[in-house]
Design a protein around this ligand. Structure first.
Ligand code: NAD
Length: 491
């Protein structure tokens, strides 16, 4: 089926139309996959060093055009310039790592043959899968998809990318820069545009793997489609990350924890899969931590750019708010519903409240003593809201953190690194930061992903590279018939 019509992207800040894009249907999506598959032959011929050089050229082009990319990201998501620029930087860091490490991680190597096969050489090679379909979200429209695109390309694959319908311009620009920079490989990485059905068409197009990032509900739908054709899937879903704060923190440690909680909860308006949404603080420091969190959260500024005096200095020297509007038009109402529900169930409001929701902006909200069964504790709120609950000790904090259906990231602040690491080891989370929040996001050599409602599989790092490759076992027999017999007889 061909796509029907066009759709427009909107500014979350003003609701104004930004640009129109085609809705690609099955026919166009499958054609893009076919072209990427054909282009992958030339990519294979380029070899490890040719691919590395090409990817580093693309990386340099992205870095050189940061301002241009950030402007599109800022228009489509509403995030301030400094945030948009930092996600381009993160994407560049991932691309650089994937390009430089692909050969080391995936290149052919000898492995020990084991007792029974002394006369065979055992080799292991990681072959490209073919074409990877990448389906992305809007909240980090450069960084998140590049965590799959960069690694899939470095592993030798072609890529077809379906960006979120909220951020199509960003997706189109990433592929355009690729084609302009590497015209000889233009078809290897292509973008298709549209809403959910275009993503579904990509999952049905015969791609060799789907790399999905988005909500857990959509992950289920994509998994069901992939199951029909046994197409492998890495599913990066939502999160409900917890920060654990121990009782043995000194004054400076408590300050660092408060600062990290506010940054982790409020940056990008709380629209981060691994953002901080829950805090469990040992009772002896709970009230003091709450006070410090509130004090800092009061300094966090949102609202339209240039109307605020505080905030962060942007590239042109003007002041940006710390964060912008919520990107999804329906999200402020959801945040308001979560807040009212928690308050009705007995939560204490320490800062803001339902009146903080002034769509499309939501000012910082800090809650305490929120019942664990309330949506604020169980579901993704995806707004600048943090709930700080008291616990008896770190054991109880671990128990409560692990009771979430999500298991993406977590963090621990405690007086000693040892207690922090011990608590971290007991956390059901794909990534844990000790003494910071989201520390793992900027380190490309670390795998990223979760379990439960947060999905399955990993992107980034060596595991991410291997996820876009098929291991091939190769044995090469030496001609040594007599020795062979004796070795089989005496294992
Ligand atoms: P979403 O699930 O609404 O959409 C994600 C993508 O899936 C979009 O491109 C969308 O068009 C596409 N899609 C929708 N229906 C589809 C279908 N039936 N088949 C195939 N594709 C379909 O998510 P969103 O609102 O764009 O993103 C926010 C969510 O993403 C949050 O839950 C957030 O936590 C999560 N997220 C997770 C990570 C991670 O790495 N775990 C990173 C960023 C965002």
């Amino acid at each position: 089926m061909t796509g029907t019509g066009r759709f427009v992207s909107l500014s979350p800040a003003t609701g104004a139309e930004l640009a129109g894009y085609p809705v690609h249907g099955q026919q166009e999506v499958s054609a893009a996959v076919g072209r990427a598959r054909e282009a992958a032959k030339g990519w294979a011929r380029a070899g490890w060093s040719g691919r590395r050089a090409a990817l580093l050229t693309y990386k340099r082009a992205l870095a050189a055009r940061t301002g241009e990319i950030a402007a599109v990201v800022a228009a489509e998501t509403g995030k301030p310039d400094h945030d948009a620029r930092s996600e381009v930087l993160l994407a560049v860091i991932h691309l650089d790592w994937a390009a430089r490490h692909a050969r080391r991680v995936l290149g052919r190597r000898s492995v020990a043959p084991g007792l029974l096969s002394a006369h065979q050489r055992a080799l292991l090679a990681y072959r490209p899968l073919g074409v990877v379909g990448v389906i992305g979200p809007w909240n980090y429209p450069v960084h998140t998809p590049m965590g799959s695109i960069g690694y899939a390309l470095a592993a030798g694959n072609g890529v077809v990318f379906k960006p979120s319908e909220l951020t199509p311009g960003t997706g189109v620009l990433l592929a355009r820069i690729w084609a302009e920079t590497l015209p000889e490989h233009a078809d290897l990485f292509r973008t298709v545009t549209g809403q959910g059905p275009t993503g579904e068409a990509l999952a049905r197009s015969g791609v060799d793997k789907v790399a999905f990032t988005g909500s857990s509900g959509t992950a289920r739908k994509v998994a069901a489609v992939c199951a029909e054709s046994l197409t492998p899937l890495v599913a990066e879903g939502g999160g409900k990350d917890a920060v654990l704060v121990g009782g043995d923190l000194d004054d400076a440690g408590l300050d660092r924890a408060a600062e990290a909680v506010v940054w982790g909860a409020m940056s990008n308006a709380g629209q981060t899969c691994a953002g901080v949404e829950r805090v469990y603080a040992v009772a002896s420091v709970h009230e003091e931590l709450c006070e410090r969190i509130v004090r800092r959260a009061k300094q966090v500024v949102t609202g339209p750019a240039e109307t605020e005096t505080a905030g962060t200095e942007s590239a042109d020297g003007s002041r940006d708010p710390h964060y912008g509007p919520l990107t999804l038009p329906s999200q402020p109402a959801k945040v308001e519903h979560h807040l009212k529900d928690a308050i009705a169930a007995g939560a204490r409001v320490l800062l803001g409240g339902p009146e903080s929701v002034r769509a499309p902006y939501v000012h910082p909200v800090v809650l305490a003593d929120v019942p664990e069964d309330s949506p604020v504790m169980r579901e993704e709120t995806f707004g600048p809201v943090v709930a700080v609950n008291p616990v008896r000790d770190l054991d109880e904090a671990v128990e409560r953190a692990n009771a979430s259906p999500y298991a993406l990231g977590a963090a621990v602040f405690s007086g000693s690194r040892r207690t922090g690491e011990e608590a971290a080891a007991r956390l059901r989370a794909g990534a844990v930061s000790v003494g910071s929040v989201l520390g793992f996001a900027a380190i490309p050599s670390l795998p990223f992903g979760g379990s439960g409602e947060s999905g399955y599989g990993r992107v980034h790092g060596a595991d991410g590279l291997r996820g876009f490759a098929a291991p091939q076992a190769i044995t090469v027999r030496r001609f040594a018939p007599l020795a062979d017999l004796t070795s089989y007889a005496t294992p």
